[in-house]
Write a new protein. Structure first.
Lengths: 836, 252
């Protein structure tokens, strides 16, 4: 009891420090507990969603016209797959839809009917209009939850698809829960049979096969088997989706935030422990005579040590318990956040045991550290304590003697002070390093996302042109490019292939749909393909691989890699490693000549146009249409032109040709129509452009929300860590003023102003702050590289100016906080000190 | 003689909750240049409070303190600090050396507050220390390795190193044994002989004998003044008797 009273006495004396320790342990417990509860609950929520919706773990989407029944047979025969569900759907890659604000956004969407959906999943309806109202709707659509949570749509509102300059308005009947098609990767909308027929003229038909298997399923192996039996390169006609990839897509950022929270909690825990060590040391130093008196009165050193330990178990315990309770109470908020990031309804159960373990661990850690420092009391028998310990008997070397001073006395005295409190400075250094790494990492992340999705585009490892023109087969790509280059609005034109350009890599176990092969004649003209190491390929037997492939497959520059084309396989030498997030970070890059080695007849079919001013895009698109005519895709849905009979017939013929070209892969069409004696004939050579799209629009819809959330989170993290650093430094400064009150009083009596003494105290932390900030800068770069490589398989560009600037800002911030906190020196009265 | 310090209706009060304690009351006083002024009085008469008010260590509650023509009673704390470093030296009863600094550094900390580092300054500091009996070896020591007398000698050197216009001392021999006290007073006498103005608070008659003027305080007012010649210039016994008579008259 008497020990407890001593602890309470100490607590009352140092309310500010006690409050800081409560705050730091509270934050630590909160962040740790949220992490401990959420990290498993998120995965179980995802699994639960799959169970409830009855969604299959794997889905394959085959182009309908190229689908063979044998593909399903292989699944059933060779993979023992049961419960295969098969149906027809429409697929729109980069399909445009109007957002709530009326902006056109590109999505990857699958369209299915209600009966199809019931065949594939349970069609679990969520928020919806009443049945009688739905029945009255002419074009009802059931949207996945993504559109409710991220899109902000509500039942009864209009959801408009846009294609070929035409709007297809639907009324949102409600939302439903789906397993695989509820992310940026792919969204599935349920429409009526009539609307399905209507949209079949707009989007391509695919065969959807959904299945579960308990065996390990290798997509590459399956495609090889399909290709063998059908003599067709199956990897080029299929898209695959599976639960693991979906889980990764939906939970990746959430997990990143959770791990960042742990990182922050480590910073706060280190800060709390440092504060405890610092405060016990200073308390013992300050109360040495009192300790001697108490020992003389019969208190044992063990009892006195315990009084310090109890003090921190009490403060740390209060903080940890409140933090744990807050984390439990935070569960509904976490559910809302998780819902927003996963686009699914999530309910996490509060795991009391995990929270309890976190709280107990924090209290144990606090007790352990307090014990390690409080044990010093044992080294102070009464006589030593009365004499204020052996430490004040200075027998050491005079470090930085004033006699040899060259510049300011304030600077010299400050630096002398550094050596007088070396242990505390080392502790503070560790604290600043931890906080510095966290703050710098957050600053880099904020900087990366500051201009929205532009940062992400820079590490995708693919080009995001303003306009992407898919040319009709037979069009001379080079000539087309030359013509486009002559427009004054155009900054750059690159000739390449459509993005769904898959190749197989021999010996690669990774990937579900092969590797996207990116090819350009000259990579030095690209903007977003950045080398991590090595050089761009120059010859036809050279290739670059992604950083992630380098790591996962242990392939390096100079290694050989075998790429399988349609009919042959060729050997390439790796010349460079590319930062790439697209295709799950597994793309390969080769020159145009290199690509032709495996696919000799495959000509580049896409022209990527970058404009000098992005805002010129609508006007320039009109210019292209005026010069080359509308794209086949757009023509397919145009209203027939007005005018003479011949004009109307030609317009109708164009429309028919366009449908054949854009929907059925037809390359050349000739037609002739006889009306009486008149023959009206023509061919598809009038079509130059098959389709026009914008990769930037797709990037905007997919990366925009992620960029915004990450930017906000990293900004909040910077503010939070700044608060923690400010609390720690202000406590250190205030405790230094308290401890050195006598010294400062003497200095004041000698004529040193409060301002000079404040500067001295501030400059004392300068060396440790500068050294710690430099170490933090180096570590933060390393942490950033490791984090991005582990999370996304990329290395984001580092700005030396930003690194140096952040480190300098951290030093400046520490100095300002210390200077302001040292303001207490002003309150030291020389007279009071002299008359004590 | 020219007054180096002057007070006009100086008042200093302390409040403790509702209770107000008036320590100095409407005091008019002049401290002359070159004088060795000793302030005496019973405990609680306001001796130390007056010393701190005169030296700019503390601000008066009412009234004014003039240093030459400058009214320092309206100075901010930092202005007072600058005033102290330029014009005043202090010797305390509790000595107040900086524990983490060597003897030499203690003096230099005071010196560098006013003067720039130069070989001449270092030489002068060392010579002064040597003059008060602190040789090179002693100069490297730390305060906790010194005796009280040695420490106070460091304190005096630190106080005079900037050649202040006025030297304040608050019972400088109060914590010393008689031999050490005598040594310290000899130093004060020596400094005064060189023309240094000194204001010293004491309740010790032997210490007061070193002065040239004794002011007696009672309840915050100067109730008497006794003038003496320079110490050593007259018969010590007679000097002592006259001072004792004055003090007895004052009710000491």
């Amino acid at each position: 009891m008497k020990i407890f009273r001593l602890s309470l006495f100490n607590l009352k004396r140092n309310k500010r420090e006690a409050a800081a320790i409560v705050f730091l342990t509270l934050v630590t417990a909160f962040l740790m507990a949220v992490f401990a509860v959420s990290i498993t609950q998120i995965n179980s929520a995802f699994d639960r969603c799959f169970e409830e919706t009855g969604s299959a773990d794997f889905t394959l989407l085959f182009q309908s016209d190229k689908y063979r029944d044998i593909y399903r047979d292989i699944l059933e025969d060779e993979y023992n797959v049961t419960d295969v569900r098969e149906s027809s759907v429409l697929l729109g890659i980069g399909a445009s839809a109007l957002s709530k604000k009326g902006e056109s956004i590109a999505y990857n969407m699958v369209f299915a009917t209600e009966s199809t959906e019931r065949k594939m999943e349970n069609f679990k309806k969520l928020n919806a209009l009443p049945d009688d109202e739905i029945e009255k709707l002419s074009h009802p659509v059931w949207l996945p939850q993504y559109f409710e949570i991220t899109g902000g749509f509500a039942p009864g509102e209009t959801f408009t698809l846009v294609s070929g300059g035409r709007d297809y308005p639907f009324t949102v009947a409600g939302f439903y829960s789906t397993g695989l098609y509820n992310s940026d990767n792919m969204l599935k909308c349920i429409i009526t049979d009539d609307d399905m027929v209507l949209l079949s003229a707009v989007y391509k038909e695919y065969r959807m096969i959904a299945f579960n298997t308990e065996r390990e399923f290798s997509h590459v192996e399956y495609y090889e088997k399909c290709s063998e039996k059908s003599s067709e390169n199956v990897s080029n006609i299929v898209m695959a989706f599976n639960k693991d990839t979906e889980r990764r897509l939906e939970t990746n950022f959430l997990n990143i935030f959770l791990y960042l929270s742990v990182f922050l909690s480590v910073v706060t825990m280190i800060s709390a422990l440092f504060l405890i060590l610092h405060k016990i040391s200073k308390d013992i130093e300050e109360q040495m005579v009192q300790i001697g008196v108490l020992e003389a009165l019969g208190y044992t050193s063990r009892e006195l040590s315990l009084s310090y330990i109890f003090e921190y178990i009490l403060t740390g315990g209060v903080g940890a318990i409140i933090g744990g309770i807050t984390a439990a109470a935070f569960s509904p908020v976490m559910d809302t956040l998780t819902r927003g990031m996963m686009n699914r309804d999530v309910h996490t159960d509060v795991d009391v045991l995990r929270i309890f373990i976190v709280v107990i661990s924090i209290i144990a850690l606090v007790a352990l550290f307090a014990l390690s420092r409080a044990a010093r009391v044992k080294k102070l028998p009464p006589v030593v304590a009365f004499r204020k310990g052996i430490k004040t008997h200075h027998f050491g070397k005079n470090i930085l003697p004033l006699e040899k001073m060259k510049r300011s006395i304030n600077l010299r005295l400050a630096f002398k002070g550094v050596f007088n409190d070396l242990r505390s400075n080392i502790g503070m250094g560790v604290c600043i390093i931890a906080a510095g790494v966290a703050v710098m990492f957050s600053v880099y992340t904020f900087d990366f996302f500051k201009s929205g999705y532009n940062g992400l585009m820079g590490v995708m490892g693919m080009e995001f042109s303003d306009i992407s023109v898919l040319m009709m087969s037979g069009v001379d790509g080079e000539k087309f490019c030359d013509e486009i280059r002559k427009f004054p609005e155009v900054e750059k034109v690159l000739l390449t292939r459509a993005t769904e350009n898959y190749v197989e890599i021999k010996g690669s176990n990774y990937g579900t749909i092969g590797a996207v092969c990116v090819s350009y004649a000259d990579f030095s003209l690209t903007d977003n393909i950045h080398l991590k190491t090595g050089r761009f390929p120059e010859y036809d037997d050279e290739i670059m691989i992604s950083a992630k492939r380098e790591e996962t497959e242990n392939r390096h520059i100079g290694d050989n890699i075998i790429i399988k084309g349609d009919v042959c396989e060729k050997n390439y030498i790796i010349t460079g490693i590319v930062t790439a997030m697209n295709n799950s970070g597994m793309s390969v890059y080769m020159t145009e000549d290199g690509y032709r080695r495996i696919r000799p007849n495959d000509r580049p079919n896409t022209v990527e146009i970058t404009l000098r001013n992005e805002e010129d895009r609508p006007a320039f698109t009109d210019k292209l249409i005026a010069m080359y005519g509308a794209s086949a895709k757009d023509t397919a849905y145009e209203q027939s032109a007005q005018g003479s009979l011949e004009e109307r017939i030609r317009a109708k013929a164009d429309e028919k040709m366009a449908v054949l070209i854009s929907q059925y892969g037809v390359t050349d069409v000739d037609y002739a129509v006889r009306i009486g004696d008149t023959v009206i004939s023509g061919n598809s050579s009038r079509f130059v452009i098959k389709e026009m799209s914008s990769m930037k629009d797709i990037a905007k819809s997919q990366m925009g929300p992620i960029a915004a959330v990450t930017k906000t989170f990293s900004f909040c993290a910077v503010i939070f860590i700044a608060v923690v650093v400010a609390v720690i430094l202000s406590i250190i400064a205030v405790s230094a003023v308290k401890r050195q009150r006598r010294e400062f009083g003497i200095m004041k009596s000698m004529g040193y102003t409060s301002r000079e003494l404040m500067i001295q105290l501030t400059l004392r932390i300068l060396p440790v702050t500068v050294i710690s900030s430099c170490i933090a800068a180096v570590l933060s770069v390393w942490v950033q590289r490791a984090f991005w490589m582990a999370a996304f398989g990329v290395r984001i560009p580092e700005s030396p100016t930003l690194i140096i600037g952040t480190a300098a800002a951290l030093v400046l911030f520490c100095l300002i906080v210390t200077y302001i906190s040292a303001g207490r020196i002003r309150k030291i009265s020389v007279t009071e000190l002299m008359t004590e | 003689m020219i007054p180096v310090l002057r007070t006009e209706k100086l008042c200093k009060s302390f409040s403790n909750g509702a209770a107000q304690q008036h320590v100095i009351r409407n005091l008019d006083l002049e401290i002359m240049e070159g004088d060795f002024t000793v302030i005496m009085g019973a405990s609680g008469s306001g001796k130390s409070t007056l010393l701190y008010a005169l030296s700019g260590m503390d601000k008066p509650t009412l009234g004014k303190v003039f240093f030459g023509d400058a009214d320092i009673s309206g100075y901010t704390n930092d202005q007072l600090a600058v005033f102290r470093r330029k014009n005043c030296g202090f010797v305390f009863q509790s000595i107040y050396l900086l524990e983490n600094q060597s003897v030499l550094d203690n003096v230099l900390t005071g010196a560098f507050a006013v003067q720039k580092n130069s070989p001449e300054l270092i030489k002068r500091v060392k010579e002064l220390l040597a003059k008060v009996g602190l040789d090179e070896e002693m100069q490297k020591k730390y305060p906790n390795q010194l005796s009280g007398g040695e420490a106070q000698r460091v304190g005096i050197v630190r106080a005079v190193i900037n050649e202040p216009k006025i030297l304040f001392a608050d019972e400088p021999t109060g914590s010393l044994n008689s031999a050490s006290g005598r040594d310290v007073l000899d130093i004060f006498t020596g400094v005064h002989e060189n023309g240094q103005s000194i204001v010293m608070v004491t309740h010790d008659i032997k210490t007061a004998l070193r002065g040239t003027r004794v002011i007696y305080l009672r309840d915050g007012k100067a109730v008497g003044e006794h003038k003496m010649t320079k110490y050593g210039g007259d018969d010590l016994k007679e000097r002592r008797e006259k001072l004792t008579a004055f003090l007895e008259e004052m009710g000491w």
